[in-house]
Design a protein around this ligand. Structure first.
Ligand code: FAD
Length: 424
């Protein structure tokens, strides 16, 4: 058992119940935290008050953020790519939690806009790396008529006797080229400012859109936006306002077959991989959002006086704060567990990432809600930070797959696993 000479105060790290970080890990965490505090929070607050058109205009603070993020190199793809799986499993949680703590809209902007570059580096093809390895991109997945249906790529949640719709964005393979026509949803992160996309859409390989199982054929390809692309108006929304989003229209855009990252047999796997990675990062990022809300509530409870004393001196307030703390800690625990699983010998799998994404974003929303309540009326005003955190956390319940739909997909994977175990 544990023995103490005297009863100590708890020793907590920046991210709560930290066991032990190496010197390098602590240094990275501190750099990320400073960047989150000194760059992301002030810029995020400014952008939050601006119109979507102002956010993407030349001279917007968004570009200041982009420049400073590049300079600091926290998400440098080559540096991350050079890490071992074990290093990634330890470093990525530290970095993403701080970025989420700073501003989740900007954190997701950096993640989503790196998708084409990420795919190019993963391909190992110097031509693709040269063409797509830099600059601002986006991940084009959802379409006006294919939101949750995209998240349910294996069509496990289709109502009996029906099938998923055909959607609004199509590719056709013609000789050595691919022609892309149609539009994506208004939700594509970074779209208004992106110069390329990692596009995932339905594809006719010469024998129609539908495959033998009644599902759709897909393609995943890198697409430059310099010809045949127009864009909709940047979307106006309640949360993560620093993250610009919007529609992209593809007017018979022609790309060489070389830009195809995954074709008829591998495109489903490419989507599976993208969702596995993105849901995992969402969980890490929104752990930071939950922590930010908790920290604000803890500080406010020590300042605000009601009932003759600071709020913290009321027993019920201490219980409410402890409940928030517990949620932050359990959110972080599941987020880290899934990163370890995904980079470990049994992973990666979307079941893990869905588990942490749905759990953490729900926890972040609840903690933000409870923290706002702790601020009383002040929590509702734009002079205090809680209302923005609340709005940002709310968006995460839908972002990167709506949580109820993801839970259905997760439940189906559990059943698949059970049936396999029992030979059913
Ligand atoms: C902040 C943010 C960032 C985003 N970034 C991107 C991006 O970068 N790229 C991109 O492509 N997309 C992006 N999206 C889109 C996002 O993935 C979709 O919004 C999400 O998948 C839900 O789709 P939908 O909005 O069309 O809702 P719908 O699919 O219309 O869902 C509406 C409701 O119906 C329910 N429902 C749907 N299907 C079923 C079913 N089979 N069974 C039971 N209930 C069901 C859902 O649970 C939901 O409550 C982003 C969204 C947000 C909010």
């Amino acid at each position: 058992m544990f023995a103490f000479d005297r009863i100590p105060n708890p020793t907590l790290g920046m991210a709560g119940l930290e066991a032990q970080l190496s010197e390098e890990e602590r240094a990275i965490q501190e750099v990320a935290h400073r960047f989150a505090e000194e760059v992301m929070r002030p810029i995020g607050r400014k952008l939050d008050h601006m119109t979507p058109d102002e956010v993407v205009a030349a001279g917007s603070p968004l570009w200041d953020y982009v420049r400073q993020m590049k300079e600091i190199g926290l998400l440098d793809l080559q540096a991350v790519g050079a890490m071992s799986s074990e290093q990634k499993a330890r470093m990525l949680p530290l970095i993403f939690e701080e970025l989420g703590w700073g501003d989740p809209g900007l954190a997701i902007f950096s993640l989503a806009t790196a998708f084409p570059a990420f795919a190019a580096y993963m391909s190992g093809d110097p031509e693709l790396i040269d063409r797509f390895g830099n600059g601002i991109g986006c991940w084009v997945g959802t379409q006006p008529d294919r939101g949750s249906d995209l998240g349910d790529i294996q069509a496990t949640q289709v109502h009996p006797g029906t099938k998923q719709g055909r959607g609004n964005l199509f590719a056709k393979v013609v000789g050595d080229e691919v022609v892309i026509t149609g539009q994506c949803s208004a939700w594509v992160s970074g779209a208004p400012v992106a110069t390329s996309g990692f596009v995932f859409c339905q594809c006719d390989y010469g024998d129609g859109l539908w495959n033998d199982q009644g599902g759709l054929n897909y393609i995943a390809a890198l697409v430059p936006f310099d010809k045949g692309v127009t864009k909709g108006k940047p979307l106006d929304k309640i949360g993560q306002r620093p993250l610009p989003q919007g529609e992209i229209y593809f007017n018979d855009v022609v790309i060489p077959k070389k830009y195809v990252i995954a074709g008829q047999d591998t495109a489903h796997g490419a989507f599976f991989g993208a969702l596995t990675f993105a849901n995992m990062e969402m969980a890490l990022t929104f752990t930071g959002v939950a922590r930010a809300a908790f920290e604000h509530a803890l500080a406010y409870a020590h300042e605000r006086k009601q009932g003759g004393t600071q709020l913290i001196n009321h027993q019920s307030v201490r219980a409410r704060l402890f409940d928030m703390w517990r949620k932050v800690e359990s959110a972080r625990a599941i987020a880290h567990r899934v990163v370890n699983y995904n980079y470990g010998p049994n992973g990666p799998h979307v079941l893990g990432s869905i588990t942490s994404k749905t759990y953490v974003t729900q926890a972040a929303f609840e903690v933000a809600n409870e923290a706002l309540q702790m601020f009383g009326g002040n929590g509702l005003t734009k002079e205090y930070p809680l209302e923005k955190i609340f709005r940002d956390a709310r968006a995460a319940l839908i972002e990167d797959g709506e949580n109820n739909l993801l839970s259905l997909v997760g439940g189906s994977w559990l059943s698949t696993w059970y049936k396999q175990q029992h030979g059913l």
